[in-house]
Design a protein around this ligand. Structure first.
Ligand code: ADP
Ligand code: MG
Length: 576
């Protein structure tokens, strides 16, 4: 995106807030005017001192109050209403980012760390609006202040102002050179600090090696060298730091002195009064700060654009593909996987090769195989967490892609190894996403079937107990039982259990096994089990290895075959 496109997009956020924004611009304009008036006010004040008449005595204090009141009003309008704009834009961006996140494919989550995503929503958004509103405030407030002051200066003495304008930039350059040099040095000192930590930590962490290999002299020499360098940098920094302020002030005093000297030339000062002269000098000193702020505006804008690009990039991510139109109430559950290949990224290797698997409706298929053989990957294709690279998968004879995504996922209950619980009550966690669809009794039954009721009843508030952040207060096995209860309650025609009982001890697993077998009846079930004893009754066992199906059959058939499955079985049998 070009900078201009970013601006235009940011302006889009301003549209609904244009009135508030206009108020803040107005406030900044008032503030700028009052700042210029403050310098100009020196003129009547000096006149009043020279000519202490009664009317001056009454007017000048009023003038002072008036100027400050005006400036205060401008400051309030400018600061408050730009904050209203900023807070509202932050809110809108956060909502958009979050809602977009909910539609993004799994692939996106694989590629972006959670910390990064969260910081985008919390931090980057603030950066964008902070920079944008700062830039606007500075441009309007300081820009107008400079213009008003210059206008006043031209008005009082245009010749002097022309001279001022031609000398001003030179002073500015000298000042900015001094501060840039200062910044470069401080970067140098950061670098040499890095060297110090590097050498020191190597020697500290590797002290055994240093001692046993007699590296003391070498390390000492190395460390002394970097510390020496740091000393030189530090001295340079201290020198510029202590020279910076007096030099800059001297420069400014020189230029004001020069200005005064020039101004005092009879052909320049003309008929300037004392008041005008003092007001003029006040204006020239007042103008320095807003000018400096205006020179920093570019850096602020650049920072804001970088953050905005990041936010807009996120908003422009393609959501999950959802072109399907079929809406089903309840599928029968026949799954047909034909010649399916899959890879996680276009430039990576295939993780699944030529998978062919037909699962009749209502049957149970167990997937077994070493870890990394592609079992989870295969079952994740059914809810379309990922789209296969080639081949096809049919559900009830229709392509997965032809179903509306929400409708497809509604047919599937999934339990996997990483149980996610929300910081809510147990009941709401079991009925997640559809709390008003179920009665408490239904939730209780699901919890009972998953053998979760036993521990839920022991909790202080039973089903209404809060589970804490991601169920921190529950054990792994308890969490897994809640996840199973959640799946049972959903009562979907397709059930996917990806190592759903891995966190349970053998005893609890046996219990749940009975419950699960009862629910598997009449449902198409894909079960990945780490303990082979739990899948002996499956209608079909599929053995996977390196992304291929290497064997299929029933428990008995596969044992007789004496191949991969028999070997796996042998191994587990020996372990137990
Ligand atoms: N999100 C992912 N991105 C890239 N590669 C992945 C991802 N998930 C799994 N893999 C890779 O795919 C292969 C199969 O993994 P997986 O299906 O989880 O195996 P299993 O469930 O059989 O242990 C492994 O080599 C794994 O490294
Ligand atoms: Mg797995």
């Amino acid at each position: 995106m070009t900078n201009w496109q970013v601006y235009k997009r940011l302006l889009g956020y301003l549209k609904p807030l244009w009135f508030v924004f206009a108020l803040s611009i107005l406030g900044n304009a008032i503030f700028a005017m009052a700042s210029a008036l403050m310098a100009a006010a020196m003129e009547p004040v000096v006149e009043a001192i020279q000519n202490p008449t009664q009317s001056y005595r009454a007017l000048v204090p009023l003038l002072i109050i008036g100027v400050f009141a005006l400036r205060g009003l401008g400051f309030f309008l400018g600061t408050y209403y730009i904050a209203v704009v900023a807070r509202n834009i932050v809110k809108a961006m956060r909502q958009q980012l979050f809602d977009r996140m909910l539609t993004l494919p799994c692939r996106f989550y694989d590629q972006n760390s959670a910390g990064h995503l969260v910081s985008r929503i919390t931090f980057n958004v603030e950066q964008v609006t902070g920079a944008a509103t700062n830039a606007v405030t500075i441009a309007v407030r300081e820009g107008l202040t400079v213009m008003f002051l210059l206008g006043y200066m031209f008005y009082t003495n245009w010749k002097l102002t022309l001279i001022f304008l031609s000398v001003g930039p030179i002073i500015g350059l000298v000042v900015s050179y001094a501060s840039k040099r200062f910044r470069r040095l401080s970067k140098g000192i950061q670098h040499s600090m890095g060297d110090i930590t590097q050498v020191a930590s190597e020697a500290i962490n590797g002290y055994r090696v240093v001692r046993t290999f007699g590296g003391e002299a070498y390390e000492s020499e190395r460390f002394h060298a970097v510390v020496e360098k740091n000393l030189v940098q530090g001295m340079k920094l201290a020198l510029t730091k202590s020279l910076n302020t007096p030099v800059v002030q001297l420069l400014i005093s020189l230029s004001i002195a020069g200005l005064v000297w020039i101004a005092l030339a009879p052909e320049i000062i003309g008929d300037m009064t004392v008041g005008e002269f003092i007001a003029y000098i006040t204006a020239t000193t007042t103008i320095a700060k807003p000018v400096r702020q205006l020179t920093e505006i570019n850096a602020i804008i650049q920072r804001g654009i970088a953050a905005a690009n990041d936010v807009f990039d996120h908003l422009d991510q393609e959501p999950e593909e959802d072109q399907g139109v079929i809406d089903v109430e309840r599928v029968k559950g026949e799954i047909d996987i034909r010649q399916v290949r899959f890879r996680y990224a276009p430039d990576s290797d295939d993780v699944l090769h030529d998978i062919n698997l037909h699962i009749p409706a209502g049957k149970t298929v167990a997937l077994v195989g070493r870890s990394g053989s592609g079992k989870s990957t295969l079952v994740n294709l059914i809810p379309r967490f990922y789209d296969y690279t080639s081949g096809e998968i049919l559900l009830d004879g229709k392509l997965l892609k032809d179903y509306r995504l929400a409708s497809l996922r509604n047919q599937i209950a999934l339990v996997n190894q990483q149980v996610t619980l929300f910081n809510d009550t147990i009941a709401n966690n079991i009925a997640y996403g559809a709390r008003d669809r179920y009665t408490e009794e239904q939730i209780r039954q699901a919890a009972e079937a998953a053998h979760a009721m036993e521990f839920i009843e022991a909790l202080p508030d039973g089903l209404d107990t809060l589970v804490g952040d991601n169920g921190m207060r529950l054990s792994g096995g308890q969490r897994q039982r809640l996840a199973i209860a959640r799946a049972l309650l959903k009562d979907a025609p397709i059930l996917i259990l990806d190592e759903a009982t891995s966190a349970l001890d053998t005893q609890s697993e046996r219990y749940i096994q009975d419950a699960l077998e009862a629910v598997m009846k009449g449902r198409t079930t894909l079960v990945i089990a780490h303990r082979l004893s739990t899948i002996e009754n499956a209608d079909m066992i599929v053995v996977m290895d390196k992304g291929r199906i290497v064997e299929t059959g029933t428990h008995q058939e596969l044992l007789q075959k004496n191949g991969h499955y028999a070997a796996l079985h042998q191994m587990q049998f020996r372990d137990e």
